[in-house]
Design a protein around this ligand. Sequence first.
Ligand code: PMP
Length: 352
Amino acid sequence: MKKWETCIRRVEPYTPGEQPQGTGIIKLNTNENPYPPAPGVMSLKLNAARYRLYPDPTAGDLVRELAAYHGLSEDQVFVGVGSDDVLAMCFLTFFNSGLPICFPDITYSFYDVWAELFRIPYERKPLNDAFELKAGDYYAENGGVVFPNPNAPTGIAADMGMIRDILEHNRDVIVIIDEAYIDFGGESALPLLEEYENLIVVRTFSKSRSMAGVRIGYAMGSSTLIRALLDVKYSYNSYTMNTPSIALGVESLRDEAYFRETIEKIVTTREWVKKELSALGFTFPDSRANFIFASHPEIPASELYRAAKEKNIYVRYFDKPVIDRYLRITIGTDDEMKAFIHFLKDEITSRS
Ligand code: PMP
């Protein structure tokens, strides 16, 4: 090994879901929304002459719109390049005690990657057999807590009692609740911001607002926490949000009717898919998100994943202990889900 090679940082990166290119693909693998963004986003005329200038480093238009939307003050909102960027900033800003932070053992697989990258010690707390969080695991002294609600990839939502319980036992550290999927079901922790100044709630435009490609995420919390996030951001990159993203994000927030309508369609389809999967013998936790984490008692998930891919249907398969028995199936349009269920029926019949 050359001497300079010893200076290179080695990390095990997060593996995002496949992004196959081409046509005729049914893409149910990365929890994207199958419907287009709001009409106002689609038709917005972007003023390209402005690209000559740096964007507003405060992303003020978007921050103001988000604050008004959620009934918060502007100093309680922090925006970033997708919630991945926002969560990474939160880890960097809030998890510095040297004590291990805690998150579930089955959860969003970026958490341990950031912890490793930022050299934050961490402990994974096992879910119970039904894949639920156990609040008691988060009582002991720790360096902070982070979990998604609903959880990924299970789709299970924690109830308010559990969330309060975790907050009550973690008054001295920052608790981050990642609400990437909350618009599809479950109860938001947002009303608790008034009571817990150590709570951060993170959201994204990638799922319920059909804007994964625009990269908008945001955190909400007390002005003290948001100020700390901004200080870290400005010590790293002042211009994280680009000019078009800021304008497109504002447009999306202005169309509540379209937002509600799209979510309702996805929830209706999700409930239909649950019935069909049950009829085919699959078991799955009762998802409140825009995906279902399902396992077949006889056919290994890895085989179903590969067979689906051959038919140009992409679902997510995690080759990791316990969860390797499951497929994470994003809810697409009715037609896409009908085609997927049709594929499963064929596959099951051909094997029996
Ligand atoms: N949190 C969870 C739980 C997720 O599943 C995802 C999607 N990969 C994200 C955060 C990040 O989404 P984005 O960066 O697109 O906002």
